[in-house]
Design a protein. Structure first.
Length: 607
């Protein structure tokens, strides 16, 4: 019997390694830019075409490579960063495995031009699928220029499953931001299809955050700075009032390397306990400087998971540092001694003659339950289509296949209830739930979620039919966003215009809000747009998914808030509009809208 075990060819082994290291164009840019940083570059330029599908070019002014080094750089486990195993515990560079360049060369066509400072000519090396096509002398600048063409040209399955250009570009921007936030002393530029997306000059960390996320963003940052024998923690955390449900920029860096750490994230969140709403998050940019021997970065190929030797002690230091920053720098109310021109508030005098209270007239015959509500609740739905959307399909993971029957006399979507002069009595519980009796028991409706469902279906119908009217703003608002958010905004612009937003671009990452959809004039337009962008998960950006995100964001902000008191007529309109929807039981994101407490359960509780 012949032997069956054999060594794999280098080309096959490189493709296997590439499956872990190079997952998408953003992975290529991450590896090449990190190599440029390790080479001591002061300026790094990144140019992509078609979100990296067609071409990726990274140009730096680092130390460059010799002819021999350029050739060896594409061999597996060839690296200049370490010499022995002990060096893994004294890393001061971004790369060290020697897997990135051979992995990229295994799935793409590469041209490398590089020259060292003292050399008269440089080296031009071309590779295709791990095979060296040519190597010759050339004229080039000091540093290195990597050009990666036709990524995954020999792995069609991987290329087929790349996302849309907007999604891949968003991933590139995310990976790029994680690097530029660590090295504010290096100049970075990023171009996509010839358009400049980022141009970051060298400066301080606060300036770099402002250049990436906008000037207004830095006004809410609080400095964090603590140094102990275990570690040094620096960076910024945001003020409590900047908390938001989604889309907060949260970054941890250990020795200049981006990392994800749920345990340390909990320490930051705990420092804001009772200062921000439940489920909200605040932005933070926190940098750990620890002894390389006390951490292990060689855990995952992406190097985003790091193990700390003194994790619990660092957790306590981090929590105390964040609490100190909040307490020391956060604005607190102060006593105001400037009372000139203000009404005088008399002090209490126990011996003074009491002042007679004014006489108030009242009508003992007045009964508010016999009067028709003065507010016209239907006005809240003005400008929206009266018929719900018919095409929600199976876009969401909510269990919507078998809706709960409203039972007996409760209205259904097939039999909508018409308002009459004598409306059924409803009861509002704690400003949150609408309770109404049905033959089989007691139906409880979440008023906010019900209104979200109503408005969502009507906005979806509006997006499918004709554009909505817009309410012009007296003073336009300016909204600034990160480049990754600006890419998403550009893709969502047709849907935003269809519902009534009027947006004018002022630059690569800023817009002027000149008009908002009719009916939401009282809402914060900038915050609304930021929340819509934060809720847009960059997975599938087809028209139906974009319309869903826009409609859901508008519905959430315009819906009845918790705590708002409703009259019986208002509750009746909400109930009837809810049961004219296609799905009465769940919100578009899968949360329950109503439940029914059966009569038998009520009798059992009172037995």
């Amino acid at each position: 019997m012949t032997d069956v075990i054999q060594l794999l060819p280098d080309s096959v082994a490189n493709q296997i390694a590439a499956g872990e290291v190079i997952q998408r164009p953003a992975s290529v840019i991450k590896e090449l830019v990190e190599n440029a940083v390790d080479a001591g570059a002061h300026t790094i330029n990144v140019l992509v075409v078609d979100a990296g599908r067609t071409s990726i070019q990274v140009i730096d002014d680092g130390c460059g490579m010799s002819e021999t080094d350029a050739r060896l750089a594409f061999e597996r486990h060839a690296t200049s960063k370490i010499r022995k195993a002990d060096d893994l515990f004294a890393l001061h560079t971004m790369g060290f495995r020697g897997e990135a360049l051979p992995s990229i060369a295994a799935v793409a066509q590469i041209e490398l031009r590089t020259r060292r400072q003292g050399d008269e000519v440089g080296t031009c090396l071309t590779l295709s699928g791990s095979r060296v096509d040519s190597q010759e002398m050339c004229s080039c600048s000091v540093g290195s220029s990597f050009t990666v063409n036709n990524l995954f040209f020999n792995v069609p399955a991987r290329r087929k499953f790349l996302k849309t250009n907007a999604t891949e570009l968003n991933n590139i921007l995310t990976a790029f931001e994680r690097i530029v936030l660590v090295y504010p002393e290096i100049c970075f530029t990023l171009h996509s299809n010839g358009q400049e997306l980022m141009n970051l000059r060298a400066g301080t960390l606060r300036q770099r955050i402002a250049d990436v996320y906008g000037r207004r963003y830095t006004q809410d940052l609080l400095p964090v700075n603590v140094e102990t024998a275990l570690c040094k923690i620096t960076g910024f955390v945001a003020k409590p009032e900047t908390a938001r449900k989604k889309g907060a920029h949260e970054y941890f860096f250990a020795n200049g390397r981006f990392m994800k750490h749920a345990y340390f994230h909990k320490a930051v969140q705990q420092a804001y306990e009772r200062l921000i709403p439940a489920g909200a998050h605040v932005p933070y940019f926190i940098y750990f400087n620890v002894n390389p021997a006390d951490i292990d970065v060689n855990i995952h190929p992406t190097k985003t998971e790091i193990k700390f030797e003194n994790e619990q002690a660092i957790w306590q230091i981090l929590s105390a540092a964040v609490k100190d920053a909040i307490g020391q720098f956060c604005e607190i109310p102060q006593i105001d001694f400037d009372t000139e021109g203000r009404p005088e508030m008399p002090a209490y005098n126990p011996v003074a003659t009491p002042v007679e209270m004014p006489h108030v007239e009242r009508n003992p015959q007045y009964n508010p339950f016999k009067e028709k509500a003065s507010r016209n609740w239907e006005r809240l739905y003005e400008g929206l289509p009266t018929q719900p959307a018919q095409n929600e399909q199976s876009l969401f993971a909510a269990p919507q296949d078998k809706p709960i029957s409203p039972l007996d006399d409760a209205p259904t979507s097939e039999q909508p209830v018409e308002l009459t002069d004598v409306s059924p009595l409803h009861y509002q519980y704690k400003g949150r739930y609408i309770m109404t009796a049905v033959k089989s028991g007691l139906m409880i409706i979440d008023q906010h979620r019900a209104d979200v469902r109503i408005r969502y279906e009507r906005y979806m119908q509006q997006l499918a039919d004709t554009p909505s009217s817009s309410q012009r703003m007296l003073f336009p608002e300016v909204i600034e966003m990160a480049p990754s958010e600006a890419v998403l905004m550009e893709e969502m612009m047709p849907a935003l215009n269809a519902v009534g937003f009027e947006l004018t671009p002022l630059g690569p990452s800023s817009y002027a809000v000149n008009g908002v959809p009719a009916g939401i004039e009282g809402l914060n337009a900038s915050q609304l747009l930021q929340d819509i962008l934060a809720s847009s998960v960059p997975v599938s950006h087809d028209s139906l998914s974009i319309n869903h995100q826009v409609a859901l964001g508008l519905a959430r902000h315009a819906a009845i808030p918790y705590g708002q008191q409703l009259s019986n007529e208002e509750m009746d309109v909400v109930v009837n509009n809810l049961f004219s929807c296609d799905n009465v039981n769940y919100t578009p994101d899968g949360k329950a809208v109503l439940c029914i407490l059966p009569q038998a359960d009520i009798e059992h509780l009172l037995a």
